[in-house]
Design a protein around this ligand. Structure first.
Ligand code: AMP
Length: 212
């Protein structure tokens, strides 16, 4: 099995596709956004991090790298990962390379998901999550049966603090400026495959994983 990295604009569906791959192949999904959101919100670090997330700004590289390292160290030797949300810039890409080599791990395949701005925006504005069982919904594309209530466990659904039009724009601009250059970086490394992130995305990803 290959270790995979997703590169895509915000709300392009990296999390959704990762969850599907977890179900199909048993991958471990490592989302640095989730790791950051899981920091105790009452702690000083949690408050600082949540403030940056709310504004759509990147969290300090060292904080994210430390969380990532901890998570990678917890993997069993038989487990493979899907990395979602890291690296966000070239510095992080180099740090990742160093970290993986220290841990004797490799990055085998980088999938770039192509999703136009308007579709990613709509996915962000419609996104709803269950804070209890982590089920995911979308007001426009995958609504819950009862408005704002989780189908699975009945909890009230919540939206992310950064899924609003203003913050989305900041996040998208950060993607264009800092993260998009990674596409060429991984193309040059011979690891990149581009996939249409709008239609039949999962089928395409599965075929890339099996072909490559
Ligand atoms: P995501 O869940 O990937 O959309 O990330 C949500 C937010 O978490 C981002 O807008 C950043 O504030 C922060 N974040 C996630 N991953 C990183 C990273 N690799 N470097 C810096 N900040 C990050």
């Amino acid at each position: 099995m290959k270790n995979i990295l997703f590169i895509a604009p915000p709300a392009a569906g990296k999390g959704t596709q990762s969850d599907l791959l977890v179900q199909k192949y048993g991958y471990v999904h490592i989302s640095t956004g989730d790791l950051l959101r899981n920091i105790d919100p009452q702690s000083d670090l949690g408050k600082e991090v949540n403030e940056l997330i709310k504004m759509g700004k990147l969290v300090d590289d060292r904080i994210v790298l430390e969380l990532l390292k901890e998570k990678l160290l917890s993997l069993k030797s038989s487990e493979h990962f899907i990395l979602d949300g890291f690296p966000r810039n070239l510095t992080q890409a180099k740090e990742l390379e160093e970290l993986l080599s220290k841990l004797n791990m490799s990055l085998d395949l980088v999938i770039s998901l192509n999703v136009p701005y308007d579709i990613a925006l709509k996915r962000a504005l419609g996104r709803l999550n269950c804070p209890n069982c982590k089920a995911t919904y979308n007001k426009f594309f995958k609504p819950s049966k009862v408005k704002d209530i989780c189908d699975v466990c009945g909890s009230a659904l919540v939206s992310r603090t950064d899924d609003n039009p203003e913050t989305f724009k900041v996040r998208y601009d950060a993607y264009l400026e800092s993260t998009m250059p990674l596409i060429d970086y991984y193309k040059n490394a011979g690891k990149l495959v581009e996939v249409d992130g709008v239609n039949n995305t999962f089928e395409k990803i599965v075929s890339v994983i099996n072909d490559d």
